[in-house]
Design a protein around this ligand. Sequence first.
Ligand code: NAD
Length: 367
Amino acid sequence: MSNVDTFRVAVLAGDGIGPEVMSEALRVLGAVAEKFAISYQIKEERVGGCAIDADGVALPEHTLQTCKESDAILFGSVGGPKWESLPPQQQPERAALLALRKTFALYANLRPAICLPELTHASPVRESIVAGGFDVLFVRELTGGLYFGEPKYMKHESGEWFAVDTMIYWESEIERIAHVAFQAAMRRRQHVTSIDKANVLQNGILWRQTVDRVANEYPDVKLRHLYVDNAAMQLIRNPKGFDVILAENLFGDILSDELAMIAGSLGMLPSASLGISKGDGCYFGMYEPSGGTAPDIAGMGIANPIAQILSAAMMLRYSAGREDAAQAVETAVQRVIRSGLRTKDIHTEGTQLVSTADMGKAVVEAL
Ligand code: NAD
């Protein structure tokens, strides 16, 4: 927290189910802040399609300004059929989400893939593999590598097209993301699996050397290296064998989606994108559910708010430095699931179907 007294949050609910699930996250945030005596301040702003309608752009200046004056951004999701025909650079996702990631240099993407023991039925992999559930944290480098490296172009030559993308990583980029992974592992089960392709790529060799060096600063954390192709297989064979997974941008993009799928329910999965470390173990960050605006169920009061609630918990952990409050929210969510309450997306026979708001209220009660 840059201001020791008050933790400032820019709240950007966005479109579709965004406002519905955000209301519940704010309800839980209010309750946990009271319980743990955390002084916080929220400022709600428009973003995405609703901002296009009201202000003409997906990321209005006043919204950006509020984010700059905050310690963290709690984000819903943006987009929907209404804005899909706009030119690509004006579309909500590109104009708001990517612009925010770029403005705040959000280089570390954290995606916990938690499959609760009660929800293993939602996983598409064999029950015996996920029995008992699992809890893995994916740490993906978000601003480097093949997606951003220059030169990057397509050219017509000798009668055909060719395309060039450049994979480039600086040691300092690898170091800072490795620190995020090792620090996260220290709060968890002290195990990092680093992904690379050191048998083929120069980038992989530098990645491995650098991660090894950073690992020396964390003697309590066990490190193993996996080639990306092997990692793709091991994840599906034994997701429970992982604690923290560290990967560069492209490999992380693909493998974190594979893992989210193995975990099962999209409405349960939060994410964090972290920027600069403030040196006190806290980061500026943007926190959002892994899913989108779910236009098919928007406005019906049936969306699962847990991904948004758990995103707020991650914000407490990484931007407010309040591990105690973050864990309290996570435990409350687990308790509610254990008690048998389910929104429609995770509902099965024998459990109790509840609305978005009732799920939020239940988490507050469990706190
Ligand atoms: P989606 O994640 O919105 O929906 C996919 C499926 O998952 C739908 O059936 C939806 O009902 C369900 N779902 C998602 N979140 C849920 C929740 N919390 N509770 C219950 N069910 C949930 O993906 P999509 O349909 O591909 O995209 C819809 C819109 O969202 C598009 O405009 C897309 O561009 C946008 N989108 C935004 C973000 C973001 O803002 N970060 C991310 C992905 C997609």
